[in-house]
Write a protein that binds this ligand. Structure first.
Ligand code: NDP
Length: 331
């Protein structure tokens, strides 16, 4: 396993990490989740990503249980706060109150006394940023959180957080967690240059476009049994399941096969070519997927090949920085 520094910190993360959105506490049972976590550990993955909101807390419980007995200093656990975790007005957002309460609940569910990274899951337009950063800083000083990061923040919002942290002498953010794949390249124009200039890494989500870049979904609308596309959370992957996108993906898969490469491995190797990416967070519903995906670290993509796959996918890929956050998601 390759390890990379998280931003300008001394902490290393595995370049492939394991995330449990839509799987733990939802799509798969505890036994299968434990088998996936074991496969990740066996493959040398040390970084695990979750959130308070995944399966409304159940995902953290399942992950905590699967990691029981693993030396705490041999792994990095990341979680997040922002999305509603309960019915009350203060069960959401980035207020000091919710951050403190949410993190304590996360620690209990995960069975640990600290997380290595706490991420603001989205920007909170209803809370002053200095309140959020002060609360994060306090958690760092209390030893409950080692580093702080954000997810799906625009470049301008990241810059604003850096200025406030500097002015107030607070701990600064070291990571950004955006969606990034061959089909979703919206961070390239603004977020990556801003982060590169400020010692902030990307930890990217859905690097396989939720499984689409493995080539398992074909044009014509046939959804493989047992896949995310066939699950109750299919709406999350459905943005990619149209004939135009899947026809371009089929051309991508053909290029990979011609080169003797597996499409899922190519998709992961492609995001890791970007040196601002510290880790690609991969999900898995089965341990064999993890075994296949770590093979990405053994392949080298030639420039000509990269140009060819980018060319077939560019017409259906998203590049607009405005897609960093959907306004509909704003509180
Ligand atoms: P991926 O793009 O890696 O998709 C993972 C899914 O693809 C698996 O669950 C599996 O689904 C399928 N898959 C994985 N490997 C293979 C393979 N080799 N062949 C065929 N199918 C495969 O990432 P996710 O969308 O799961 O996101 C990863 C993580 O990112 C999350 O767990 C979470 O930690 C984080 N995340 C963060 C967000 C944020 O807002 N910050 C938002 C979303 C995710 P199946 O078998 O069911 O088809």
């Amino acid at each position: 396993m390759e390890h990379r520094h998280l931003g300008r910190t001394g902490m290393l993360v595995s370049s492939l990490s394991y995330g449990n959105w839509l799987t733990h506490g939802s799509q798969i049972e505890q036994d299968q989740a434990t088998a996936c976590v074991k496969a990740a550990l066996d493959a040398g993955i040390t970084t695990f990503d979750t959130a308070d909101v995944y399966a409304i807390g159940k995902a953290e419980e399942v992950l905590g249980s699967a990691l029981k007995g693993v030396r705490r200093d041999s792994i990095e656990i990341f979680t997040k706060v922002y999305w509603p975790t309960g019915p009350n007005p203060n069960n959401r957002g980035l207020s000091r109150k919710h951050i403190m309460e949410s993190l304590d609940a996360s620690l209990k569910r995960l069975g640990t006394d600290h997380v290595d990274l706490l991420q603001a899951h989205r920007y909170d337009y209803a809370t002053p940023l200095d309140e959020t950063l002060r609360a994060f800083d306090d958690l760092v000083r209390m030893g409950k959180v080692h580093y702080i990061g954000v997810s799906e923040w625009k470049a301008s919002e990241i810059e604003q957080a850096l200025v406030i942290a500097k002015d107030m002498g607070l701990d600064r953010i070291v990571s950004s967690q955006p969606q990034y794949s061959l089909l979703w390249r919206v961070i390239e124009e603004e977020v990556v240059p801003t982060c590169e200039a400020n010692g902030i890494s990307q930890i990217v989500w859905s690097p396989l476009a939720q499984g689409v870049l493995s080539g398992k979904y074909l044009p014509g609308g046939v959804i493989p049994e047992g896949s995310r596309g066939a699950s109750k959370d299919a709406n999350m992957v459905s943005r990619f399941l149209n004939d135009e996108t899947l026809t371009a993906v089929a051309a991508y898969v053909a290029l990979c096969k011609e080169a003797g490469l597996k499409p899922a491995q190519v998709a992961l190797a492609w995001v890791l070519r970007n040196k601002n990416v510290a880790s690609a967070i991969v999900g898995a519903s089965r341990p064999e997927q993890i075994a296949e995906n770590v093979g990405a670290l053994d392949i080298t993509l030639e420039d000509d090949f990269v140009a060819a796959i980018e060319a077939v996918l560019a017409p259906v890929a998203k590049f607009d920085p405005a897609l960093t956050i959907s306004p509909a998601e704003r509180v």
